[in-house]
Write a protein that binds this ligand. Structure first.
Ligand code: AMP
Length: 204
């Protein structure tokens, strides 16, 4: 960790990650490390409420280290019995949209570990909220084993082709480890983002 006094007060962070564990053991190791580090820093975790895959690894590691873990899960996933039943608090919501709204409300920032379509959906939804100026919370992608390299390449392509303003590519900050993600969120410089309509106005 960089300094002793964090640049900003962080009470809870929302973590998006796979409901699968992926094939490399490094993915689960990173999820466990992140859970443990957040608990040690007394930063609560808000996450999708699952007991499986990286979600389960993250939650179990944080709980084992005495951390606060809040799961926010839609009824439909609850019924499929993949919910984590021993988290600090499990909020059962009606819809995926309600889940996102609560996750955003409870959290001071977002961390993303490797995952599939659900994780990509969450990453792009919250990046879009920043782009539109609906919130200004940090969004940090933990690029374990270069998992997100192709996605980052695609974002550069979208900038080069004129679909993402260069400044908005910076909404997604990238680090390679859970420790670096915490360092950045607690002590690092976060990008100043001008909302999308303001960028468009500047162009005309
Ligand atoms: P995926 O990346 O497709 O595995 O989806 C993971 C993301 O979608 C998580 O961040 C969750 O918010 C949500 N999600 C997908 N599957 C589940 C599940 N079984 N339990 C809870 N949340 C899930």
């Amino acid at each position: 960790m960089q300094g002793t006094t964090p640049a900003r007060a962080i009470r809870r962070l929302c973590v998006f990650c796979g409901s699968a564990s992926g094939f490399r053991p490094e993915y689960a190791a990173a999820a466990r490390e992140l859970g443990m580090l957040l608990a040690q820093q007394q930063i609560g975790i808000v996450y999708g409420g699952g007991s499986v895959g990286l979600m389960g690894e993250l939650a179990n590691a944080a709980l084992a280290a005495g951390g606060e873990v809040i799961g926010v899960i839609p009824e439909v996933l609850m019924r499929r019995e993949v919910a984590h039943t021993t988290v600090t608090e499990l909020r059962v919501v009606k819809t995926l949209f309600e889940r996102k709204a609560i996750m955003a409300e409870l959290s001071d920032g977002f961390l993303v570990l490797p995952g599939g379509l659900g994780t990509l959906d969450e990453l792009s939804e919250f990046a879009t909220w920043t782009q539109l100026g609906l919130h200004q919370k940090p969004l940090v992608l933990i690029n374990t084993c270069g998992f997100f390299d192709d996605l980052l390449q695609f974002l550069k392509h979208a900038v080069a082709e004129g679909f993402i303003p260069e400044m908005h590519a910076a909404i997604v900050q990238v680090v390679d480890s859970p420790a670096a993600a915490l360092d950045l969120i607690l002590y690092g410089a976060l990008p100043e983002i001008v909302p999308r309509w303001a960028v468009n106005e500047q162009r005309h």
